[in-house]
Design a protein around this ligand. Structure first.
Ligand SMILES: Cc1cc2nc3c(=O)[nH]c(=O)nc-3n(C[C@H](O)[C@H](O)[C@H](O)COP(=O)(O)O)c2cc1C
Ligand code: SF4
Ligand code: SF4
Ligand code: SF4
Ligand code: FES
Length: 617
């Protein structure tokens, strides 16, 4: 059906909603990256097979729905039975028959698959009651875990494309910009620049051609928010881009997405094709004189290509190298034309701002950081997954209430936000509100939303070393302060972890950082020393322990530790085989011994011992 008027869209929305309502029950299977890795495909196939074999398709025509990430990836594969919201975790194909026979046919619960609250040990039936979900506010992630990303009808049933209808028929481009400005939404890709101001500047540049680009590069290790949105709700991104293109007067728009996200690429292509077929993209959208084509540009995975000017070069087919900032890409961007570049999550928020109003959005979050922010919560936290909270929520609420605290009851040590060039915040910053300005003030940054939680077994010098190495590898090499400076900074961090550094080296690292920040051309170099600066600011004692005492307090840095077997050793023999250098000797049921001359401190024995019989000293 071609949608050539807002009335036709409204009628289609009603038809799609009616279609949804006829299903008595829906089996929703999460097909997000975490659940895919845990085998949700097999669960899905088993549902299809068993539903046919048991001939119980009558209770619902479209019983099994694949969705994007539901959030609680730690407990995947997840199966949710709607409308009740019954939440089954760690589902295996072998559980499928039970779910069909008990829950779908008799309305009973499969107790063993329900989520157990680790604090109360109680089983929770409805996922909305699980603490992980309770404190969240899912705006950008609103449809993830609920709709089939490959079905435009699913998106339309949620009121999808109403924002496009509204702007094209009821608002002038300037009114759209004013609404976005009123919302005070700041870009979710890292810099936090106000989106409305960016759009306005671009619109005002006189040119026959304007472009809109969506940044789906997401190069931060451990981050998967943008990926999940593109995979789980691609039409929301398209809708946000169409609104923006109308506001700035663009006829062509690009989504820059990394090649390593094949599912996101597939779903985006499908969404573009479906939107085009229904008259929501292409010529004369919804019967108006506004036309837009959205193209996909696939990136090769270089972190620096997420930077605006490098990204635009990459889209244009050139080498993805940043350029000097005095040329603003909003004025002279893709092919030297005025260009708006926004992040995936920024665009996913736009339809809500148009439908609910900028005033509504402005009242969520804090005064200077409005709305919500999605994070991929990973590391040593109980509930790893995809979350979204109002800006201003504290780190403690995120890590303890939503994340369920630190794994294995270990002590919290630090949380890293802001991607590789972000910073690590210690325990006494846990009550820090999460918003653009507070994080920057604390020496970290919002970044695009990666959040890595670390426990007391983490060495902060080692963490800094890891991120510095990442940045050294990803620096494009165009300028000396970043290319050589970051390399030297990394080498000095290596020296600290090996116990060969002096206090003078530490001072040198601090001076070098200033030089890199001042002299680098783009954000990669300018924020490159952050992993060092934030760790030395909050964990200076740990640096000094490596330098002065030649000790790694967390027991991580190989050159500074020894593995020793204590008298808890049961002589189980389990550690002998994994040792790559035959450094462990001992007989069955007798205390084993490590030959320190041979030991390479690989940690394999420590990882395998079940009796807590190996000490790291
Ligand atoms: C080295 C580097 C990498 C970046 N990577 C990304 C990225 O992966 N995704 C993103 O949206 N922004 C990234 N940015 C920020 C972009 O340059 C740009 O500010 C952002 O995409 C603008 O969108 P926003 O205003 O909606 O945040 C990166 C910046 C730098 C310096
Ligand atoms: S700061 Fe680093 S990544 Fe950025 S342009 Fe210079 S060398 Fe390239
Ligand atoms: S695995 Fe542990 S308990 Fe078993 S022999 Fe080795 S040190 Fe002893
Ligand atoms: S740390 Fe590695 S090398 Fe050393 S004893 Fe254990 S397994 Fe062997
Ligand atoms: S991938 Fe299934 S919950 Fe995240």
């Amino acid at each position: 059906m071609k949608i050539d008027s807002p009335e036709k869209l409204a009628q289609w929305q009603k038809e799609c909603q009616k279609k949804q309502e006829q299903y008595k029950k829906k089996v929703i299977i999460c097909f997000g990256p975490g659940c895919l890795a845990c085998g949700c495909r097999d669960v899905y196939d088993r549902f299809e097979k068993e539903l046919d074999e048991l001939n119980v398709r009558d209770f619902s025509l479209e019983a099994v729905k694949k969705t994007g990430c539901h959030g609680l990836c730690e407990k995947g594969p997840l199966v949710v039975i709607e409308p009740e919201g019954i939440f089954y975790t760690k589902v295996k194909p072998a559980h499928v028959r039970d779910i069909i026979e008990k829950t779908l046919q008799k309305g009973e619960l499969v107790e063993k698959l329900l989520y157990t609250d680790p604090k109360t040990e109680k089983k929770i039936e409805d996922y909305k009651e699980i603490p992980f979900y309770k404190k969240q506010m899912r705006l950008a992630l609103r449809n993830l875990g609920h709709i089939d990303p490959d079905s435009i009808e699913d998106y339309v049933a949620t009121g999808g494309y109403s924002a496009v209808a509204k702007v094209l028929t009821e608002m002038t481009p300037q009114e759209v910009i004013d609404e976005v400005k009123l919302s005070h939404i700041r870009g979710r890709g890292g810099g936090g620049f106000p989106a409305g101001r960016k759009w306005e500047t671009c619109r005002k540049v006189e040119s026959d051609t304007h472009y809109v680009i969506c940044n789906g590069d997401e190069g931060d290790p451990g981050a998967f928010m943008d990926r999940s949105i593109m995979e789980g709700d691609p039409h929301a991104v398209l809708e946000g881009m169409i609104v923006c293109a109308y506001a700035v007067g663009a006829k062509d728009a690009y989504i820059y997405v990394r090649e390593e996200y094949p599912l996101a690429v597939m779903h985006l292509y499908q969404a573009i094709e479906d939107a085009g077929k229904h008259g929501l993209l292409g010529d004369n959208i919804m019967g108006t004189d506004f036309s837009l084509n959205i193209h996909i540009s696939r990136g090769g995975g270089a972190f620096v290509c997420g930077e605006s000017s490098a990204l635009m070069k990459s889209v244009a087919g050139d080498v993805g190298e940043p350029r000097a900032k005095y040329i603003h890409s909003v004025v002279k961007g893709l092919w030297d034309e005025p260009t708006v570049l926004n992040n995936v999550e920024t665009f996913a928020n736009i339809p809500l701002i148009i439908n609910e109003g900028g005033e509504w959005f402005k009242n969520i979050g804090t005064e200077k950081s409005t709305g919500t922010k999605a994070f991929s919560l990973v590391g040593k936290v109980e509930n790893t997954g995809l979350i979204e909270v109002p800006m201003g929520t504290s780190l403690r609420e995120i890590i303890y209430d939503i994340g369920g605290g630190i794994k294995d009851d270990r002590a919290f040590k630090a949380v890293q936000t802001g991607g590789p060039s972000g910073g690590c915040l210690p325990a006494d910053m846990l009550d820090q509100p999460v918003d653009f300005d507070s994080l920057t003030k604390a020496g970290s940054m919002m970044g695009s939303g990666g959040m890595i939680v670390m426990d007391d077994r983490t060495c902060m010098v080692d963490v800094a070393k890891y991120f510095l190495k990442f940045l050294v590898d990803e620096s494009c090499g165009k300028d000396v302060p970043c290319r050589e400076g970051l390399y030297q900074l990394w080498q000095l961090a290596v020296k600290v972890t090996e116990g060969n550094a002096s206090e003078h080296d530490l001072e040198m690292m601090e001076h070098l950082s200033e030089y890199i920040i001042t002299g680098s051309l783009c954000g990669l170099g300018k924020s490159g020393p952050n992993p060092f600066l934030s760790t030395v600011r909050y964990f200076r004692d740990e640096y000094l322990a490596h330098i002065k005492d030649k000790e790694c307090p967390a027991g991580v840095c190989r050159e500074l530790i020894t593995y020793e077997i204590n008298d808890k050793c049961t002589g189980c023999l389990a550690c002998i085989k994994p040792c790559p250098v035959d450094a462990i000797t001992g007989e069955k049921k007798k205390l084993h011994v490590i030959d320190q001359e041979l030991c390479t401190r690989c940690g394999a024995c420590y990882a395998i011992c079940q009796f807590d019989a190996i000490d790291i000293k």
